[in-house]
Design a protein around this ligand. Structure first.
Ligand SMILES: [Zn+2]
Length: 562
């Protein structure tokens, strides 16, 4: 303001009889506000002492240039009846009020009251309808319950690990199909490259991506009507048209297969058909050597499917026009049909495949249509489960189940990459991104600066935040935008938990970083709380915190007048 203007304003104020000029609550929206932007970075379950100990060049810079406290509290003075866990924590952070107002006391979200006390995106949108809002999280309840008014939003699922068991199942009730009604149904699993899909009665009902498994089937035998472990899980009913393919059938082929015209369909491409049981003739017919062709069209005799045990009775009158394998309730080792596992059948789990069967049962329990699972060897099972569920199960001989924490790290990187792309390609005014690997590592190993894995989880997130901030700085209009970056967490932790931590400083005490051109650098002197995040974000985005919002938080770390 020029001196002349200043004098003019003081003159006006004196004239109007007031000097309580408060530009921030003016009804007229501030034109400059469109350049006010907020990025809130949440990292679940991160202790401040561990944050300060870890090697974190990005957080160090934010702390050095911005406002910081390691003495923030996750519970306020007025109300402390909620548990010290993520549901109430992120609710307080994103709404700016304590649990008596937002209503969330634990992770079941019963009593949530986000209508009255909404996510800060909603308050932003009421004042700046054009402001773009973005949320990327990996903890679903934030997305499902707390979030509202997001223009771009996503929940990032845990990526599949290399050589991880692929267990794909779904309840047929979702598709109004009753699989235990004593009528014929068709179940098919197809793997095409990394994609595993389940089809029921010709309809795709489930799919799983990233199935990178490559292993041979284990054991000496494959079984129809059960797997290696006979017993209660054996199939009880009738089985027909079992086919094992060394290629992915096309959707058209799958439809035709489900209709059941394949037995007589001469035009059918039988390439890659490794085993086929139609039970059309005598059991001998099915067991004798037949000619099959591999995917290259080379013929080979079907020794791979010759039964090594005596065939059970094959009854007539099942299927549309055919006979079927009848499997009465028995569940002994002689139940079902045993098939010698040889090449190339043994190798189908090394590449694309299709497995299918027609079944008819009223048994509500677990019913293994076919498979070879014995709990450890390379297995491929096609199953029915309780609750009208259908399932395909692929288990490598040596699944790497210990890699879930690594995958948490990968997921955080994916979230950072997506956030970076949004910052480059879109025009967000408010963003919330959430990282989970600190909390996951704390629960798995320990919430402590003494735990190296916990420290390196924080360091990994530091690298993720660097990716995001670099993208922010590369925005073409970055110099004219006033980005406020807030880094926060919902709780700390002790040993491997943080529930009921009302009296535990390691759980209650958290950090808060506020960074950007509108920030007053240095230590945040007043007592800061989780609820201050929303108040600070809104003060920056809207230039005000309205009393009627009844926020429990206050703006912290900002320069006067922001
Ligand atoms: Zn948490």
């Amino acid at each position: 303001m020029s001196n002349l203007k200043q004098i003019f304003w003081i003159f006006c104020l004196l004239l109007s009889g007031t000097i309580l000029y408060t530009p921030l609550s003016a009804a007229e929206p501030d034109k400059d506000r469109t350049n006010k932007r907020v990025l809130v970075i949440g990292m679940d379950g991160t202790r401040p002492d561990a944050l300060l100990q870890a090697k974190t060049p990005t957080f160090d810079r934010l702390i050095r240039e911005g406002a910081f406290t390691d003495q923030a509290q996750i519970l306020g003075k007025r109300y402390q009846k909620n548990d010290t866990i993520s549901g109430p924590g992120w609710s307080s952070i994103l709404t700016g009020v304590w649990a008596d107002k937002h209503g969330v006391h634990d992770n079941d979200f019963k009593g949530k009251n986000y209508e009255l006390f909404p996510h800060f995106f909603k308050r932003l949108k009421r004042e700046r309808p054009d402001a773009q809002t973005v949320s990327f999280v990996s903890w679903e309840p934030i997305h499902d319950h707390i979030l509202s008014e997001a223009d771009i939003a996503g929940v990032e699922a845990l990526p599949r690990g290399k050589n991880q068991t692929a267990d794909l199942s779904v309840s047929a009730s979702k598709f109004d199909i009753e699989t235990r009604d004593g009528k014929w149904h068709h179940l098919l699993a197809v793997r095409k490259q990394g994609q595993l899909q389940l089809y029921l009665d010709g309809k795709q009902v489930a799919s799983l991506s990233g199935v990178d498994l490559e292993f041979p089937l284990g054991g000496d035998f494959y079984y129809l009507g059960r797997d290696t472990r006979a017993g209660q899980t054996s199939f009880h009913g009738q089985l027909d048209d079992v086919r094992i393919w060394k290629r992915a059938l096309s959707p058209e082929e799958i439809t035709r297969s489900a209709i059941g015209k394949t037995n007589t369909d001469q035009s059918r491409d039988r390439k890659g058909l490794l085993a086929e049981y139609t039970f059309e003739a005598t059991s001998e017919e099915d067991s004798k050597e037949r000619q099959f062709t591999d995917t290259a069209g080379n013929a080979f005799p079907a020794k791979a499917v010759s039964p090594a045990a005596e065939l059970p009775e094959v009854t007539s009158g099942a299927g549309s026009e055919s006979q079927a394998l009848d499997l009465p309730a028995a569940g002994t080792k002689s139940h079902g049909l045993r098939i010698a596992l040889t090449e190339p059948f043994r190798e189908i789990t090394r590449s694309d495949f299709t497995i299918e069967a027609r079944f008819k049962t009223t048994d509500q329990g677990r019913n293994i249509l076919f498979g070879n699972n014995d709990g450890k060897a390379g297995a491929l099972n096609l199953e029915l489960h309780q609750n009208n569920t259908v399932r395909v199960y692929l288990q490598p001989p040596d699944p790497r189940n210990a890699s879930s924490l690594e995958r948490e790290g990968e997921r955080d990187k994916i979230i950072a990459a997506k956030a970076a792309r949004i910052l480059k390609e879109e025009d967000p005014a408010a963003m919330f991104i959430y990282f989970h690997q600190t909390d996951a590592t704390g629960h798995a190993i320990g919430f402590s600066p003494e735990v190296p894995e916990y420290i390196s989880a924080i360091e990994n997130i530091d690298a993720c935040v660097n990716t995001v901030l670099k993208a922010m700085q590369s925005r073409p209009n970055y110099e004219n935008e006033d980005w406020l970056t807030i880094v926060c967490t919902d709780h700390g932790g002790l040993k491997r938990s943080h529930s009921k931590g009302h009296e535990v400083p390691e759980i209650r005490r958290v950090f808060l970083i506020v960074h950007g051109p509108s920030v007053k650098p240095g230590r945040i002197q007043e007592q800061a709380y989780l609820v201050d995040v929303t108040a600070t974000a809104l003060a920056h985005l809207l230039g005000k915190v309205e009393p009627q919002w009844q926020l429990d938080g206050k703006a912290v770390g900002l320069k006067a007048g922001d």
